[in-house]
Design a protein around this ligand. Sequence first.
Ligand code: NAD
Ligand code: GLY
Length: 366
Amino acid sequence: MNRASEPTRIDIDLGERSYPIYVGAQLLERSAELLGSVATRDLLIVTNTTIEPLYALRLKSAFERADRRVSLLALPDGEQYKTLETTSKIFDTLVAGRFNRDATLVALGGGVIGDIVGFAAASYQRGIDFIQVPTTLLAQVDSSVGGKTGVNHPGGKNLIGAFHQPRAVIADIETLATLPPREYRAGLAEVVKYGFICDLSFLDWIESNAAPLRERDASSLVHAIRRSCEIKAEVVAQDEREHGLRAILNFGHTFGHAIETAAGYGEWLHGEAVAAGMALALDMSRRLGAITQGDADRSLRLMQKLELPIAPPRLGARRALELMGMDKKVLKGQLRLVLLKRLGEATVTAVYPRDVFEQTLAEHFG
Ligand code: NAD
Ligand code: GLY
């Protein structure tokens, strides 16, 4: 891709909460210009101690050149810091700096930073604006878009949160150059997810472009992020608060949640657990006759080509079931599952043969 080319813009249509997503190279430097009047004069950039030395100054300078008053806060790095206590540090900085309701928070980082900062923005003075500047592939294709914000509680992941849409998302693909390989691959799991659930031709494209994608080729990345964001934008526009359809974005996540929790957070990255979870969801869809054996084999081969794990740890079907029972997708006592109707189309259902579900768990979890 031409480094100086214009960014790709995707719009998420949510009435007065609509916003643009910009995808391209060298966007940190152009962020103030892209945002125009969206970001207010007083900005607090919140990042973590890993990302701060890499990218914070570029972003801060860009805003300062546009005459904004910018403060910076670096939080500790890690899912274990995605807590109310860490969120309080943002509130403390805002109060000490006398930020008022027209301040804007800028989340510079992966999904952890995006979720915490979004939640702080949802609650400070009953809600202020925030901008997402995602720096992981997972955040660029998934977590920065759609307005789910929140933090963990000792009793479960993401249990405390709010829906609060950002005013804009700026995804600079150049930040992905420093992302550790495992984190990068975990983001690819979410990309392939969109193909499985919504778009067979996107799945074909990923298959044909697996090698350049693995190598972080710029134009392949822009296409993959753009199409992922378009799909997420379409789903979120129809069901912002997850009354139904939006749950298809959790394909593989219910099974994956059991893997993540059993292993202890950090052992399996979220995207890795989602990949293995999708292998289970694909297998259950095959057992139900929704996809063919050929579809299932093809899907697993693609995930292997992207160097994603497809076998969960043998934690035992009973333990897996227990862990899935804790999932937020349990509605009125019934475990809803996201399954495929066919390759490229997902559905959310609480109606499925229990024995097929248990056979799938036994086959994969032991
Ligand atoms: P993360 O935010 O922990 O980032 C992964 C690691 O990469 C961190 O150590 C981070 O400091 C580092 N990093 C980030 N950008 C970097 C860069 N450009 N160069 C070098 N290192 C970099 O993890 P993640 O996978 O981005 O996000 C996971 C979180 O997202 C989870 O908490 C999950 O619950 C949440 N999530 C939220 C949504 C949503 O819709 N809100 C969706 C999916 C996941
Ligand atoms: N990552 C799932 C969602 O945003 O709904």
